[in-house]
Design a binder for this molecule. Structure first.
Ligand code: PMV
Length: 316
């Protein structure tokens, strides 16, 4: 019978997270070591509706638990866009992206599902339509998402993203060796974004200053990446981490891994994504240093580490 697959990879925000919610630019890179797949198949549903088959749930859409409401809303929106009235399909979701770690899990699943549905119904995929529909799931997951995640999980290379302006591919002067280390704790992006909003309303001047500084560091980071000035990239990452700390989205576990990374020779280290749990990223001078950093971070308690060379990456 009829079968279609949609796929997306993970993403890493190099710099600019949170500020991007306030219309500042941010830099994201594809994280191809992990990914999500949506397999769309005909049948499996008596009600001529949709069936979902994933790690946490298997059954008709109507019975899907609350945390999956983003994905079901996204499917409904996509089917209505494609003018499908009686779908009678089963959507199987497979993902190797850990959820709640700032690595783009929810966005990649949404992107893969929309792409899979477009393929299944023979609709010519238009990137802007896919992004808009995948964003429906992100709004459920995050409340007020900037949109960077859905763009980054479908992007082939590093991008600068800005709300309302979309993504611009970024030139890279020299390979960046990144180590991603998982604190092992769930990072609630929605809460983190809301906490900065509260801060913004309580103390606009100080908050705005931090957001403006992150914008500056992001700008300088982009220039340094283009020139291949890896040390300067590292500096920008460290400076951004200072501001993320000031904004209250870092925490003890993140700070500890960031310190270990810097003490072990990282050129820069910071949280990545929403923060308050989730992952840190560390910039290494070369492949060898990246391996060493990865070992040090594991010893310091990171539950998982990954090495990523801009687009290409390896699992450790
Ligand atoms: O989904 P996460 O945890 O990688 O965070 C996305 C980046 C934020 O800037 C914190 C939120 C957003 O919507 O851009």
């Amino acid at each position: 019978s009829n079968l279609s697959v949609g796929a997306a990879h993970g993403k890493i925000i190099l710099i600019g997270e949170h500020a991007v919610v306030y219309n500042k630019p941010a830099i994201a890179i594809p994280f191809t070591e992990v990914g999500a797949k949506a397999i769309i198949q005909e049948g499996g549903n008596d009600e001529s509706g949709c069936r979902l088959n994933c790690k946490y749930f298997c059954g008709p859409f109507e019975n899907a638990p609350e945390p999956l409401s983003g994905i079901t809303a996204c499917v409904h929106e996509t089917l209505s866009y494609l003018q499908v009235e009686k779908p009678n399909i089963t959507i199987r979701i497979e993902s190797s992206i850990p959820s709640g770690r700032g690595l783009g899990s929810s966005a990649a699943i949404a992107y893969a599902v929309v792409k899979g549905l477009f393929r299944y119904y023979g609709h010519q995929a238009n990137e802007d339509e896919i992004l808009r529909l995948a964003q429906v799931a992100e709004i459920f997951a995050h409340g007020n998402p900037s949109g960077i995640d859905v763009v980054a999980v479908g992007s082939e290379g590093p991008i600068r993203f800005q709300k309302g302006k979309g993504a611009v591919p970024l030139p890279i002067g020299k390979t960046l060796h990144l180590v991603i280390a998982d604190t092992g704790r769930f990072g609630d992006t929605r809460t983190a974004v809301e906490s900065i909003r509260t801060l913004y309303e309580q103390d606009r001047l100080t908050t705005q200053r931090s957001l403006d500084l992150i914008e500056d560091f992001t700008y300088h980071c982009e220039q340094a990446m283009a020139k291949g000035d890896v040390k300067l990239v590292g500096c920008c990452l460290n400076l951004a981490q200072e501001e993320l700390s000031a904004l209250g989205v870092s925490d003890e576990g993140i700070d500890r891994l960031v310190d270990v990374a810097r003490d072990s020779g990282a050129l820069g280290a910071k949280l990545t994504g929403g923060g308050r749990g989730g992952c840190i990223l560390a910039l290494a001078a070369d492949e060898q240093d990246a391996l060493q950093l990865s070992i040090s971070l594991k010893e310091a308690g990171a539950t998982e580490t990954y090495i990523s060379r801009i687009g290409m990456s390896q699992h450790h």
